[in-house]
Design a protein around this ligand. Sequence first.
Ligand code: IPM
Ligand code: MG
Length: 372
Amino acid sequence: MTAANEHQSTSPSSAIIAVLAGDGVGPEVVAEARKVLDEIARRGHSFTYREILIGGIAIDAYGTPLRDDDVEIARSVDACLLGAVGGPKWSDPASAVRPEQGLLKIRKSLGLYANLRPVAVMDALLDATPIKPEVLAGTDLLVVRELTGGIYFGRPSRQWRERRGRVAVDTLLYREHEIERIARLAFDLARSRRGSVTSVDKANVLSSSRLWRSAVTEVSRDYPEVTLEHMLVDAMTMKLIQQPSRYDVIVTENMFGDILTDEASVLGGSIGVLPSASLGAPDRAGKRPGLYEPIHGSAPDIAGQGRANPVGMILSAAMMLRTSLGLEREAALVERAVFDTIAAGITTPDLLGGTATTSSFGDAVAQRISAV
Ligand code: IPM
Ligand code: MG
């Protein structure tokens, strides 16, 4: 993450963090991230939290999944932590107001165009996946997903009725500058990693992908030390599980990135363990807006049972410490504590049939930090 945070040279001893816990297991995993951050705060930092309702809970309270005033609060703070949004209560396809709109609104309003989703396989979890350990070994990749363009945001996006039945349209639109800025970030990140970028598109079918491919190729000329490979998304889904350790930085458009990262989560052992950082462009002072959330959803089937895995959320908080707050040492401390806890055999039920609860896992991580 060096390139994304190289402007962050100072370590603030105090920070204001917006907390958007959301729905389902969101509040449960967010509570564990806060437990861990409280432990970090004891080491000479002060974190102030501003709670914001987002998703279904905001629809119930205000009739809208994210209020404009709350977007302004999120814009004004040092970083945002988000749990998950959505659930069966609000998922009627006929409903005009949906929890996910809150998430898309905060991403778009804060200009969070870059979603970084690191996928590393912990040794202790090599047997936690259906993929052979020898295939998984050494996997350490970073998916850089474009987050504010593509089919998620293109207009028109609507449904209507014609004589012969209903019709719906979504629009997949990319502008060159949107592709260039995400590609540039991917190449910057690759430069500080293993020097390889795989750009994923569907250029054999989609115009937007042909623009994607040529814009990424043009950006690559500024990075002679980084190798670039183009892959079609269908082939990528196969390669990702056949040879995951081959990949370093994978850059792709919004929806392909959404799909590929759920697939990639199988490599990590559980969708519960993957963190993410969504970053915007740096302002004049060099500060980037950042929102940190696990890649998993609200998991309504296990909500309220203490079974949710808080690892993705806690590792997202570590990414926040590193990238938005400039606290590299503290971020590494949290990551170490999570890895050591798992290596000690403490896991939630999604991993290796563990018996830890969401909160006992968080306790174990916090304890390890306090012991350092
Ligand atoms: C994700 C999620 C979201 C997305 C949903 C909840 C809108 O799947 O962050 O990957 O599609 O981006
Ligand atoms: Mg997703």
